[in-house]
Each structure stands twice: as structure tokens, then as C-alpha cells.
Design a protein around this ligand. Structure first.
Ligand SMILES: Cc1cc2nc3c(=O)[nH]c(=O)nc-3n(C[C@H](O)[C@H](O)[C@H](O)COP(=O)(O)O)c2cc1C
Length: 197
């Protein structure tokens, strides 16, 4: 067994993958509470803890959010010249009425900043990584859904999720029981700009 596999934190870091295929069961509340507790252990600038969480397990609401995100995406994609222009693979996917941007999973966690402090987004993303690693430890899969963020800015979505006026959605992460975990996607070695000794 390699050193990485032996060390639980390193093992979780290396085992985490973006999961896009889930079993139908919904993650229970106690498990979600444990991974949210791990999320808020993240470092936070000036101990601001500027995060708040919207947990969506209502399938109708998940479907509505997905539809809104797809409609917004297609509106913007109409402005030609983007990689998402008509004819692209992502455009075809987002035009497919059967495609749900949350991969039909039963839980979405939206990490919102509750203030506009300069480091609030950084804090929320650090919480996001903690959440995803804790999910690995619980045998769950996750995937960041950047495609959702535009729809989460809409007044209707903000109202439905209880996002305060001073806040905003920063990270949208789906959580579920993986049907299959994709193979590891290799990374380039770290580019070292300098190493001054
Ligand atoms: C900010 C951000 C937004 C992402 N948005 C999406 C998304 O909308 N849909 C999706 O399927 N994957 C999304 N991903 C997942 C990436 O595609 C994935 O992390 C990348 O391909 C590397 O694969 P891995 O996470 O399995 O290592 C997003 C990842 C990040 C960090």
C-alpha cells in the first residue's frame, strides 16, 4: 500500500472524483449534518465564517433549478462565438429536455456567502473542499455544479433558498450515493515557478 493510500486525509484527497451517476436513495440528515460540520472547520479569514448553507432535497425544486439554469445557459449561448455556441457538445446537452444539471441526484448543497467581505468567496470554496472530502469519508460522491450558479442568482431562486440580500451563492455541490465513481483524472505535476533555498 502506498503512503498516500495509508494516510486517511491523503487517501480521501486522491479518491475524490466528480461523480455524475448516482443511486436513487437520498442522503440522510445525520450524514449531511456531519459533512456540513466538516465544511465549517475550514480556515476562514479573520475568523469571519461568512458561509451559510442551503440544502435542497425537494426533487421538484431541484428540477426547477435545473430548468432555470438550462434556460439561462441557452439564452447566453445564443451570443455566438462562445465555446457553448449552438453546435457544441455542451449546447446539445443543455438543450436535451431529459438532461438534469444535477444528474438526478437527491441532494444539492449551496454554499452561500453571507457577507460581501473580500475573502468570503475563498472561505466558501475552502468549506466546499472540506465538504467534498468529508463526503468521500462517508462513502458518498459529490460534484461541483458551476452551471447552476447563474440560476441561483435569480430573485426567484434566492427567495426559494432563503439567500439573504447581502449574500450570494458561491458553490453548488451535489451529494449522493455513487452508482459509479469515475477513474482518476490525472493531473499535471505542480508547476514550480521558483523554489528559492
Ligand atoms: C468551479 C467548478 C465548477 C464545476 N462545474 C461543473 C458542472 O457544472 N458540471 C459538471 O458536471 N462538473 C462540474 N465541475 C467538475 C469538473 O468538471 C471536475 O472537477 C474536473 O473535470 C476534474 O475532475 P475530478 O473532479 O473528478 O477530479 C466543476 C468543477 C469546479 C471546480
Amino acid at each position: 500500500m502506498s503512503q498516500t493510500e495509508q494516510h486517511p486525509v491523503l487517501a480521501a484527497i486522491h479518491r475524490r472524483r466528480s461523480v455524475r451517476s448516482y443511486l436513487p436513495q437520498t442522503v440522510d440528515r445525520a450524514t449531511l449534518e456531519r459533512i456540513l460540520d466538516a465544511a465549517v472547520q475550514a480556515p476562514t479569514a479573520m475568523h469571519g465564517e461568512p458561509w451559510a448553507f442551503a440544502v435542497v432535497q425537494d426533487r421538484d425544486l431541484l428540477q426547477r433549478l435545473s430548468e432555470r439554469a438550462k434556460a439561462l445557459f441557452l439564452d447566453h449561448a445564443a451570443e455566438a462565438g462562445t465555446p457553448a455556441a449552438p453546435g457544441s457538445e455542451i449546447h446539445a446537452m443543455m438543450s436535451d429536455p431529459g438532461f438534469n444539471i444535477f444528474y438526478d441526484v437527491g441532494t444539492l448543497v449551496v454554499i452561500c456567502r453571507s457577507t460581501a467581505s473580500p475573502y468570503a468567496d475563498a472561505d466558501c470554496w475552502l468549506a466546499a473542499e472540506n465538504l467534498m472530502l468529508a463526503a468521500v469519508a462517508e462513502g458518498l460522491g459529490t460534484c461541483c455544479i458551476g452551471l447552476a450558479l447563474g440560476a441561483l442568482e435569480l430573485d426567484e431562486s434566492r427567495r426559494e433558498l432563503g439567500i439573504p440580500d447581502a449574500g450570494a451563492a458561491v458553490a453548488a455541490i451535489i451529494v449522493g450515493v455513487p452508482r459509479e465513481v469515475p477513474p482518476s483524472s490525472p493531473r499535471k505535476p505542480p508547476q514550480i515557478l521558483c523554489w528559492k533555498e
